[in-house]
Write a protein that binds this ligand. Structure first.
Ligand code: PNS
Length: 165
């Protein structure tokens, strides 16, 4: 009988919309876990106006990750650490693009540890080609008619074109 307990990780975020940088972090995470829950937060620490609703973001992400059998896309309300505990996650995964990300990520990781010490935060570095990429820049460039086709996958591009046509 196998004693291996599947390693579950949660990758939380706003994902408004999911970018190729997010996809890169999610796929890298599959190297260190058995199952990845990509989780769209209904409430984000970043107070910002959203482009897509949570159900829309979820629909887009489900299409983007359709071929990844070990990735599940869900939304959650309430505290991230409580959600992570509910799905049995051992890790919370966050992408670190540059030093500028560090302070915010460090604060969240420490707060999450205070709230619940049994879930570790794991930082992964995306491909260098995505180090400048953010969902907010994608939103802005797309809204002004710029070409974002190299920054997002087809399901995202389609929704952005529909939204801004
Ligand atoms: O993509 P984002 O907006 O940087 O992600 C931030 C997110 C969703 C990870 C953060 O706001 C979060 O965890 N929200 C859930 C509510 C919560 O647990 N807040 C306390 C964070 S220390």
């Amino acid at each position: 009988m196998s004693t291996h307990r599947p390693v579950v990780a949660v990758y939380p975020g706003s994902f408004d919309p999911v970018t190729r940088g997010h996809e890169d972090v999610a796929r890298r995470t599959l190297r260190v876990c058995d199952r990845l829950v990509v989780a769209v937060a209904e409430s984000s620490s970043h107070s910002k106006s959203h482009l897509f609703s949570v159900p829309e973001r979820l629909e887009i992400m489900t299409e983007v990750f359709a071929r990844e059998r070990r990735i599940e896309c869900v939304s959650f309300t309430g505290l991230l650490v409580d959600f992570a505990a509910r799905v049995g996650a051992r890790f919370i995964v966050r992408g670190l693009r540059a030093v500028a990300d560090f302070e915010y990520e460090f604060q969240m990781a420490q707060m999450n540890r205070e709230l619940r010490g049994d879930v570790e935060t794991l930082f992964l570095v995306p491909d260098l080609g995505y180090s400048f990429l953010s969902a907010s820049l994608v939103r802005e460039v797309a809204s002004l008619g710029g070409d974002v086709s190299s920054f997002v996958s087809a399901p995202v591009l389609e929704r952005l074109q529909r939204r801004f046509s």
